[in-house]
Ligand binder design. Sequence first.
Ligand SMILES: [Zn+2]
Length: 384
Amino acid sequence: MPEEMFLTSVVGSFPRPRWLVEAFDRFNKGEISKEELDEYLDDAVKLTVKEEELVNLDVITDGEQRRTSFVSFVAQKIPGFKLVYVTDINPQAMEVMRQHKAQLTYWRAVAVDRIRDSIIALDEFQFTRSVTTKRIKVTLPSPYLIMWETWDQRYSKDVYPRPEDLAEDYVKVLRQEITRLRDAGADFIQLDEPMLGDLVEADPDKPDRYRKVIELIHGQKYRGFKNELTLARDLINETIKGIGGVRIGMHMDRWPNPDSPYYGVGYERLAPEVIDIKVKQYVLEYSSPASGDPAKFAQLLPQDKELGLGVINVRNKEIEDPQQVIKRVELVEKILDPGRIWLNPDCGFSPGMYRKFERRIAFAKLRSMTEAAKILRQKYLGRA
Ligand SMILES: [Zn+2]
């Protein structure tokens, strides 16, 4: 029997308190200083950590309280990126997003100069480490995501003729940050790769709705299904090559689209390339059958890999019963040893700071998840 079973964590973000969002707005208007904003941010992290401890999560995050969004915060951290409002990039952007039913974050981090090594999340981790003794997960935008999100034909082309050139530079920056986080004692480093998850809905020669929207707004061209897959695999593998001593995972979500012929199809569509990515854990969205059957993906996993199973829906307010969570876990229990199954929500509760989600509902959902883990563990211990 494994020492630990059904470990629980979150994907990353936790809803920000109302007063934090207000403080951000006041800071942007010049009404409060950076020092005052930092005090709000520290308080918000302490509150989030406390809530995650109260629900008894095994591995916690800082709820990404300091980030404006899970991806565009790189513009606050890495020289070379700049925040640009989406309609300043393309005046038709809102119409394009509406038409294709694919929302991008409005404030876009765009590469405008050569990007250089700098702290991305080490400062966040060190603060969190100072306020909790729990194990800590740190989330970082993955290179394939950054390539699709931040390259723009008008802003980036002079410094990075091809999006792949930008991705290569970001890989170098990310490797240094991962090494620093490992050396500082981070327990789990998660690369966020929603753009790879979205690829489930792409055709060999026709992009999914998110890539379509980025093509129209930023001018990056779809390379075709297989080429995209191998590029993503190679960039992520290059990022983590030879870095041991820390658990590295990758998160993909689905936001299943009822209009897509791939509604109900899972990440196994991205195999074998996705399985060849050398991460230890896949943190995936599975609370709805629309994301596919987790058993199909679990069957493909080599023995040394773990599945972070999405068992909590972050897009509705209905609080799952622990028994409902257990039913979702049963889908993979026959395939994976309980030490290889982790439980998490499908995605962050609030990947961007303006995404509203009631904190008390997020709290209750997490509590159901940890209750379910407890029941599952007791069942295995009773069997021993
Ligand atoms: Zn996600």
